[in-house]
Design a protein around this ligand. Sequence first.
Ligand code: TYD
Length: 207
Amino acid sequence: MKGLFLTLEGIDGAGKSSHIDALEALFKARGRQVTRTREPGGTPIAETLRTMVLAQPMDALTESLLVFAARRDHLVQVIEPALARGDVVLCDRFTDATFAYQGGGRGFDTALLSTLEQWVQGQAGGALLQPDITLWFDLPPELAAERLAGARLPDKFESQPVEFFRRVAAGYAQRAATAPRFVRIDASQSRDQVWQQIEAALAGRGL
Ligand code: TYD
């Protein structure tokens, strides 16, 4: 069986994480092996880098290098072997988050991010390893901020002002416009309706 690489993206508070359990159950019910993981993270080295990136202020180049270093380890240790086994890989965030947060949110040079993406995700023959499908939970930043308010102690990004998330959201929209693997999910709807959109998106792609 061919592996399937599915990522979930969106600004903080968009509600993507609450659907991962259901996605895992759906694919397992169809007899698929599921590897569930997240970025930054997914390996001991990448989780250490995650703690640094989410806890400490740093310049945008340092931040970009650390998330791509984490991604490289994660790809080599977890994602590529899982896809080679034929697993469904459910990954909470991937490179689109770097374009949205470091590129959009922090205004970092996206051409340089594309170079790092080539280095980290480049494969034999020159193609990039990319997700097969990306569920993009799109929600107005003001609504996301309301949902996040008081939920838990915010990390470095969650404590950013709403203007930061406007830029992150614009970063996602830009990236989505260039890649047909993106499926926009209207995350302002109820949890049940959001799940229905996810099921319809998968069915629409024969999954
Ligand atoms: P998140 O995925 O929201 O996890 P949790 O639900 O546990 O808080 O946290 C990851 C944060 O890291 C999120 O604010 C986005 C940020 N991030 C980047 O800035 N760049 C990246 O490349 C990735 C993968 C995440």
